[in-house]
Design a protein around this ligand. Sequence first.
Ligand code: FAD
Length: 291
Amino acid sequence: MKISELFSKDGYSLSFEVFPPKTDSAFDSVKHATEEIAKLHPSFMSVTYGAGGGTSKYTLDIAKNIKDQYAVPTLAHLTCVSSTRETVRERIADMREAGIENVLALRGDIPAHLADSDRSGWVYKHATDLIAELRESGADFCIGCACYPEIHPESECQKDDIKYLKAKVDAGCSFMTTQMFFDNNLLYNFLYKIRESGITVPVFPGIMPITNGNQVDRAVKLSGSFMPQRFKSLVDTFGSSPEAMKQAGIAYATDQIIDLFANGIKHVHVYSMNKPEVAAAIVDNLSNIIG
Ligand code: FAD
């Protein structure tokens, strides 16, 4: 099922993100965790892709398993930065063969050792280049892209960030998923600005339940997200107690989702990080709200 079709459905829904294993030995446990999440009947599940390509096979294996065994639509991520055209075309062919209908087209983070290199010779400099490649492949993919309510860390200003976001939509994206954020007002402000710029495609807000005090620094470093004082106080108070922090983090994420629903958002994407118990707790908290 194409993710773009979800938007014509009534009611509120959740989707979950999982990541593939990095090694053969972790495959079974990751597969099991993703299956437990699939059993919660999310509207779709997304499977991330290692920027270095190391987990590319597993991205497809996990996505195909969820789709074929649990009838949950899947969204396979694909990155292109510093890849050759041959490699990217191979990945696209693999996705077609696996019956993948939905692709999140990403540039990927620039590997540290290439940060200062000359990028003029790269085939894929931005996600737009990958979107064009996916379109040119002739496959009928439903393509999505990433967006950043607090701007991408490499961007100098939001105006430029939104200009390039519009270029991704114009290149063929039918929806977008946001970077995590912890203050919903940032999302509402972002939505207002992108709609004003003429972007009309659906946006899935991405919510990350922080269930471990140690996750906070990493999440902030990766996403550059602003941590509201309300959230910092929660981590200060409960961060040293794993069970209390888990419960508080799930409650905070649930509260964000309810506020999004109450403000006109119909679909939220949850960064469930291969944690079925966290995904299940959120579904349970919203059992009378989501369909
Ligand atoms: P782009 O859209 O190319 O943007 C990157 C930067 O370039 C931005 O500053 C943008 O404003 C600028 N830009 C874009 N187009 C142009 C242009 N034409 N000219 C000049 N500047 C331009 N990473 C992974 O490795 N694997 C994953 O599975 C993964 N999943 C993700 C899912 C989501 C929802 C999000 C938000 C991020 C994900 N990432 C993933 C991280 C992502 O790869 C990084 O944030 C990366 O740095 C940017 O990717 P992008 O597709 O947004 O890049």
